[in-house]
Design a protein around this ligand. Structure first.
Ligand code: FAD
Length: 434
């Protein structure tokens, strides 16, 4: 069976299972253990890093895990439930599920496995912060529930963590960490998440949003720096000059923002007349869709050319945001002219770049270029994976982020939970050392 994720990366599974109960998963894992068959867990396949794409062996689709129960302050959610359904159920009860990866057709299991975030994590943090409990089937077939605070029952080494606001590159290891934190962001390599208890917040009062256009990128970057500390600001996103072209708009750059309550924003340098503002849920949805259309258009372009998506997902310490922007500009323009975009979560110093190569030859060069960008990110103290995970496509970057000793410490954790290395084989650990 051929399986492809949203980046266009494909592989195959010898067999695909769609279990309905944890016991079935336990049985599949035990059988796989006996026969030495690798297992890949699949959510909604909106990932961009190839983590859910098998390279042979068996695949487990989580689509039948559809429990969705909302109570006061929490939701009990099966791994296969789509983010948009959790958001809708929370809203229907006057509450709010804060994480908002713009791809709301992703599954909660996938969000947990990648520690997904999104634009509102500027205020509310990534998925990790909103998980209260997890149910997991382990490689040996045990079915466990971990609540927040359940200690990990073996010694966890300390690895240095980059000073960034978003993190999804390898295991986040800290002595004293709890078991939920071990599985969040582990990209399907330590166990199969079947269900989660997620925290819901009371729905905020009035929210105003907008897309503010600028004549130049520098004016937009100045506004970002001015607005970043505005009380109540919950979203601060950027679209560069090339993105304006892809979206067929005549402007130099755009900043998307949302704030709760009143805010007094200094609009100097903005094209205020041309900008869009609104405070209804429908307005905000329109802005979200506009922002989401940018990567979707690029992905469609890549599909037409038969190429996989080349998207970077690096974050740097806040103070290096502008420096990083200029490094992207310099290196990407030198290699690709204007055939790329810079966009995304600038409030968290986490811009994505995506390439629009004109030819296969140009595409071939992208590998070396995005690796060079990752080197620069690490030199600035940043993270080479912020919200998508490294999966298989970016596993090589783990070697840029960590020393061999730190990678060995992560592997020791993996070995402990999955001694035969069956879960998510090829993800995180099997990239060539660079
Ligand atoms: C247009 C577009 C925009 C996007 N924007 C964002 C964004 O703003 N923020 C963001 O964070 N991401 C974004 N993404 C990436 C993607 O949506 C996220 O990575 C999402 O979390 C993946 O969820 P999924 O259910 O599709 O997982 P999949 O792609 O199916 O799997 C992703 C990883 O999780 C593992 N996994 C899945 N389910 C489980 C489970 N139940 N137990 C254990 N492991 C599991 C898989 O093995 C794989 O390693 C975007 C993607 C697209 C296409």
């Amino acid at each position: 069976v051929e399986i492809t994720d949203a980046s266009g990366y494909s592989g195959h599974a010898d067999q695909v299972f769609a279990p309905r109960h944890e016991e079935e998963i336990a049985e599949i894992l035990t059988r796989a253990g006996r026969q030495g068959v690798p297992i890949t867990v699949m959510g909604a396949l909106t990932g961009l890093a190839g983590g859910a794409v098998p390279r042979g062996g068996w695949a487990i689709s989580m689509r039948n895990f559809q429990r969705l129960e909302v109570t006061d302050g929490a939701a009990r959610v099966g791994a296969g439930v789509l983010l948009r359904d959790v958001q809708a159920a929370a809203a229907a009860s006057g509450q709010f599920y804060a994480p908002d990866p713009t791809e709301n057709g992703s599954s909660i299991g996938g969000n947990i496995a990648a520690n997904a975030s999104g634009s509102r994590s500027f205020r509310y943090g990534a998925t990790r912060r909103h998980v209260r409990a997890l149910r997991v089937v382990l490689a040996d077939g045990r079915i466990v529930e971990y609540r927040r605070g359940t200690p990990v029952d073996f010694e966890i080494p300390q690895i240095p963590l980059p000073n960034v606001r978003k993190f999804s590159c390898g295991y986040r290891l800290e002595p004293g960490m709890d078991s939920c934190d071990l599985f969040i962001g582990s990209e399907g390599t330590l166990g199969v998440v079947t269900e989660a208890e997620l925290a819901l917040l009371p729905a905020p009062g009035e929210i105003t949003g907008g897309i503010v256009f600028f004549r130049t990128e520098e004016a937009a970057l100045d506004a970002v720096d001015r607005w970043r500390s505005t009380p109540g600001l919950r979203l601060l996103e950027f679209l560069d000059a090339h993105a304006m072209r892809v979206m067929e708009l005549p402007h130099g750059a755009a900043v998307m923002l949302e704030w709760e309550g009143e805010a007094d924003l200094d609009m100097s340098g903005a094209l205020e007349e041309e900008s869009w503002f609104g405070s209804s849920a429908a307005d905000r949805e329109r802005f979200r869709q506009f922002r989401h259309r940018l990567p979707e258009r690029i992905h469609a372009h890549m599909r037409r050319l038969g190429l996989v998506v080349v998207a970077t997902d690096y974050a740097v310490p806040l103070e290096h945001n502008r420096r990083m922007f200029h490094i992207y500009r310099e290196i990407l323009s030198e290699n690709f002219g204007d055939r790329y975009v810079l966009f995304g979560h600038i409030g968290d110093a986490h811009l994505h770049s995506e390439l629009l190569p004109a030819s296969r030859e140009e595409f071939e060069r992208s590998h070396a270029v995005v690796t060079e960008l990752a080197r620069q990110v690490v030199a600035l103290g940043g993270a080479v994976g912020a919200e998508h995970g490294l999966g298989k496509r970016k596993a090589r970057l783990l070697h840029l982020q960590y020393s061999p000793q730190h990678i060995a410490a992560m592997r020791a954790v993996k070995q402990r939970l999955d001694p035969a290395n069956l879960l998510g084989r090829g993800t995180l650990f099997e990239g060539p050392a660079i």
